[in-house]
Design a protein around this ligand. Structure first.
Ligand code: NAD
Length: 509
């Protein structure tokens, strides 16, 4: 058995990987200094032109080799994820490896089509033609969190590489072993040296990557760090994509498919021990079905099997560290102090070694409580009873976050109508949080949940620079808006204005 460690002891020149279910040390990595980060970026810079010059088909060959290795080494990677995060092997497979395999297939086969050149003749300037092409950015820096330590960075690395960029990845300091596994997985596919670099370390290494000579930063993590990165990047107008936190609402209508909604609420709130940016963090249920719904949810929550991950004998693991445990404890205590009632759970699991907190359901909650306003990121489901759909929508939008929301009703038309009124990047009808796992769909937040997009067509476009080239079909001696300005051409412009005005009227009125 390995030594038990103090997991808060990570801000040294080493980062310590700890199993949050057992508190055993799993490994140590040196914190890469700014000069090491710069050297990695320089290697990536040197390698990118050749990589960017490869055809999509050739770049896809490398990605599909990684996909094969992922398939062959799936058990090893599942175990590393499960040990370092405490999540059940089932979730490591279903929410980390499986979506990445799908994403690799999607972008290896579709990137060429998504990024192909477009050509068009201009409507007014008929003598002119334009072409839009999409070029790699150069070197992109990816900074990732611990809650999906494999799926989030690997997906972005694949998209960046397929778009022709070289990549420097900085994994979370809480999951360096998964970061190292990603590095080894790609190394096995024989990428040219420098095309994919991994630097290890804490926030200081991430900050060094932001300050380095990268062309764009893709950051996933907390709002607090996202704002710090945006500030640092603004100093040199470095573009950033920020995928940040959430406080995702679930709206349950009176015509919700009952059993599915109960099970969906429990999975949406407690998968990954509630440590998902898109976890159900607030549930609004309408009065007529509230009593029956809440008691059914509590019954389901009581069935959850919590403990250190071991095959498929557990459903819910520990929180990632003491900080996270303290936040969850604080949010529950604050809610109870302000009048909330705990229907099940509510305490730290003192009988277990790691950072376990009981799956918890709260009622009589209101928007003065932290548990309804701040990201809890733990196994807590606060349920508020609302009069009707209107109140549910109002409460759902009463948040500084806007990542994902869900609406539960048997009537898809009604679900889509409510969805349109909710301030969130994604709204799912009759499901929870899963679309990050679907490579084809865009993932993004509004309000404080972020800037920019990942996944989907729009996500791939974040990894390229648009190039517009415009040329004459038949060069004239001079264009009519050039010097010298004359009364004759002024008059013709006036006539053209009239034509445009009438044309516009014909088309739209
Ligand atoms: P975090 O912000 O603490 O850390 C994220 C990463 O940023 C880590 O790699 C960290 O080392 C690095 N970092 C820290 N300070 C930095 C700095 N000054 N400059 C550059 N990098 C720095 O977040 P976390 O605790 O790892 O992740 C949890 C958060 O991530 C939650 O808020 C969750 O909602 C959010 N999240 C969002 C999404 C999404 O898609 N929107 C997905 C997963 C997680």
């Amino acid at each position: 058995m390995k030594a038990r460690v103090d997991a808060t002891d990570t801000r040294t020149s080493e980062i310590v990987s700890v199993n949050p279910a057992t508190l055993e040390e799993l490994g140590r990595f040196p914190v890469d200094s700014p000069s090491k980060v710069s050297a990695a970026v320089a290697r990536a810079r040197a390698a990118q032109p050749q990589w960017g010059a490869l055809s999509f088909r050739n770049r896809a060959r490398y990605i599909l080799k990684v996909r094969r290795a992922l398939y062959e080494r799936q058990n090893e990677i599942i175990n590393i994820i499960s040990d370092e995060t405490g999540k059940p092997a089932f979730e490591a497979l279903s929410t980390e490896l499986f979506p990445v395999a799908d994403l690799m297939t999607h972008f290896a086969t579709k990137s060429e089509k998504i990024l192909r050149d477009e050509r068009f003749t201009l409507a007014v300037f008929r003598n002119k033609r334009s072409a839009i092409s999409y070029e790699p950015l150069g070197v992109v820096g990816i900074i990732s969190p611990w809650n999906f330590p494999f799926a989030i960075p690997t997906g972005e690395v694949v998209m960046a590489l397929m778009a022709g960029n070289a990549v420097v990845l900085k994994p979370s300091e809480l999951t360096p072993l998964v970061g190292d596994a990603i590095k080894r997985l790609f190394a096995g596919a024989g990428f040219p040296e420098g095309v994919f670099e991994v630097v290890q370390g804490d926030g200081s290494t991430g900050a060094a990557l932001v300050d380095s000579a990268v062309d764009k930063i893709f950051f996933t993590g907390s709002v607090r760090t996202g704002k710090r990165i945006a500030e640092a990047a603004a100093k040199r107008l470095l573009p950033v994509v920020l995928e940040l936190g959430g406080k995702d609402p679930m709206i349950v209508c009176e015509d919700a498919p009952f059993e599915r909604t109960v099970k969906g609420a429990v999975w949406g709130a407690f998968a990954n021990c509630g440590q998902v940016c898109a976890s159900v963090e607030r549930l609004y249920v309408v009065e007529p079905i509230a009593g029956k719904f809440i008691s059914s949810v509590v019954d389901e929550v009581k069935k959850l099997r919590q403990g250190p991950p071991s095959g498929c004998t557990t459903d819910i693991g520990p929180l990632i560290n003491e900080n996270q445990l303290n936040t969850v404890t604080d949010h529950v205590a604050d809610a109870v102090a302000r009048g909330a009632r705990v229907l099940t759970g509510g305490r730290r699991r003192d009988d277990l070694e790691g950072y376990f907190f009981e799956p918890t359901v709260l009622v009589d909650v209101n928007s003065s409580m932290k548990v309804m306003t701040e990201e809890t990121f733990g196994p807590v489901l606060p349920i508020m009873v609302v009069k009707d759909e209107e109140e549910a929508i109002r409460e759902a939008n009463n948040s500084r976050f806007g990542l994902l929301a869900s609406v539960w009703t048997k009537d898809n038309e009604r679900g889509r109508r409510i969805a349109r009124r909710i301030d969130a990047g994604t709204v799912v009808v009759n499901d929870a949080l899963y679309t990050h796992g679907a490579a084809q769909t865009p993932w993004f937040g509004v309000k404080e949940s972020g800037l920019g997009v990942t996944h989907g067509t729009a996500g791939l476009h974040e990894f390229v620079r648009m190039k517009h080239v415009n040329w004459d079909l038949m060069p004239l001696k001079s264009d009519w808006w050039w010097f010298p300005y004359t009364d004759a051409w002024y008059g013709r412009f006036k006539t053209l204005m009239k034509v445009l005005y009438r044309w516009g009227l014909r088309k739209f009125v």
